[in-house]
Write a protein that binds this ligand. Structure first.
Ligand SMILES: [Zn+2]
Length: 304
């Protein structure tokens, strides 16, 4: 009968609190993910109209117009604003015109939400107790660090999609997050010294700049955008100069494999069109954050 009593055991109050905390973080992640969808859709439009339209025209912004169906332009009802939930209720269709809604919206939300929960687990927020007066400083630092990394990951998920679609890594995202990284490192919130953060940013920017110059001298074409350099500077500021080696190695090899696959298998690659390198850099950075730089370097035989 022992299995039965274990099965019927009610979770302890602490267990319930933990589950509630994870659920709260996951829901908050869904809301951030919903905002990421707005940024991915509208930020490129906003930047584009800055170039083409005068100031008088009514401009698209992050707040205007209200979220609407991409097909019938009908504004979303408040209960449908979180795509993961409305996707399940409406079976992936618009409530008004019944057209299919791209799964990308809820996939983005789910990804952001999972990332927020991962950050909470990684920084052991669930093991920390605010009551412990000795641990109070640690408690605050860990929560702040987890929050910073969660924000940074959400920004990267936006950047990867925008770059993939528009070959654009907007300064409006890369620059504030570069400064946020440098500033957070000053307060010891990123697990690296302020010096390493500064050096990382400089090395990140310069290394791609040198590669781009050499490429330009050899081919008289621009291979890498300014955006890629700023993105690598951002990574350097958050992860330090040594992590950059692993990021660039991983990104160039996955990028090369993808390019070859499109050239040989899909046969739809035009070599004169630039391929966005940002998504590969971002994928590499996430791999590093999930596995650690040592694992990635060991994969390339650079570390035992
Ligand atoms: Zn519709």
């Amino acid at each position: 009968m022992s299995w039965m009593s274990t099965a019927l055991n009610l979770p302890s109050p602490l267990g319930v609190a933990l589950i509630a905390l994870i659920a709260l973080i996951a829901i908050f992640g869904l809301i951030v993910g919903s905002f990421c969808n707005v940024v991915v859709r509208r930020l490129p439009q906003m930047l584009l109209q800055e170039d083409t339209q005068g100031l008088s025209a009514k401009r698209v912004s992050l707040m205007w117009p209200r979220s609407h169906c991409p097909h019938c332009l009908h504004p979303l009802r408040p209960q449908h604003l979180v795509p993961v939930l409305s996707f399940m209720w409406l079976k992936g269709q618009c409530a008004d015109c019944a057209q299919k809604i791209s799964p990308r919206y809820w996939a983005t939300e789910l990804l952001v939400s999972l990332w927020w929960v991962f950050c909470a687990v990684k920084f052991q927020l669930l093991n920390l107790s605010p009551q412990d007066s000795l641990a109070q400083h640690l408690f605050l630092t860990q929560w702040t660090s987890a929050f910073l990394w969660a924000l940074m990951g959400s920004a990267l998920i936006c950047l990867a999609q925008i770059d993939w679609e528009h070959q654009l890594l907007p300064d409006a995202i890369t620059q504030p997050f570069l400064w946020l990284g440098l500033l957070s490192a000053q307060f010891g919130l990123l697990g690296l010294t302020p010096k390493a953060s500064l050096l990382g940013a400089a090395v990140g920017y310069m290394s791609l700049w040198v590669i781009a110059k050499i490429y330009f001298l050899l081919s008289s074409r621009d291979g890498l955008g300014q955006g890629d350099m700023k993105l690598l500077a951002l990574f350097g500021a958050w992860m330090g100069p040594l992590s950059l080696i692993a990021v660039v190695l991983l990104a160039s090899s996955t990028g090369a494999v993808f390019g070859l696959w499109r050239l040989k298998v899909k046969k739809d690659l035009d070599l004169h069109e630039p391929i966005a390198f940002g998504p590969f850099l971002i994928l590499a950075a996430f791999t590093l954050l999930l596995l650690g730089p040592e694992q990635v370097l060991a994969f390339f035989g650079l570390k035992t």
